[in-house]
Write a protein that binds this ligand. Structure first.
Ligand SMILES: [Zn+2]
Length: 157
């Protein structure tokens, strides 16, 4: 009988394209104008990120998914634990802001339910929510693409 619980690390699920984290949005770093990726430096953060990725599943911003409760469009993904905890009013590491697409005009609301086999992706999140560096191949959320700052600055030194 197939288990309904998701393993934390899913080795069989194809991983998302590698995303170095140019801007960690955990509020502990001063924000830099643009990202300078240093993949592999923050191992703990990276592991946590993979767990969160597995729990969120394919529900990127712009994705629409369906389950027994209805069909929902993902408006925002909150990966800041403090903010997520505030949104869900319980301890949480992440939250999604979704809108019920079957009920036009309904208020967006926060959810923190883990992606399971009873959820079905109706529409994939558009790929255009980020950009890939044409030099190092790094993928950055909310970036229009081109050559990232690290690649622009790096080799000249
Ligand atoms: Zn680059």
């Amino acid at each position: 009988m197939p288990s309904m619980t998701l393993p934390l690390i899913m080795e069989e699920r194809p991983l998302l394209p590698t995303r170095p984290s140019p801007h960690e949005r955990d509020g502990r770093q001063p924000s830099e104008p643009t990202g300078r990726p240093h993949p592999g430096q923050r191992v703990g953060t990276e592991v946590l990120r993979r767990v969160v990725d597995a729990e969120i599943g394919p529900r990127g911003v712009g994705a629409i998914y369906q389950n027994v409760d209805g069909a929902f469009e993902v408006l925002a993904a909150v990966r800041d634990p403090e903010q997520a905890t505030g949104l869900l009013r319980r301890r949480a590491g992440w939250a999604l802001i979704v809108k019920d697409v079957l009920q036009p005009g309904s208020e967006p609301f926060a959810i923190g339910s883990v992606w399971t086999t009873s959820d079905h992706l109706v529409r994939e999140a558009p790929a255009a929510v980020g950009g890939q560096c044409s030099k190092c191949g790094g993928w950055f959320e909310g970036w229009s693409g081109g050559v990232c700052d690290a690649c622009k600055q790096g080799p000249r030194a």
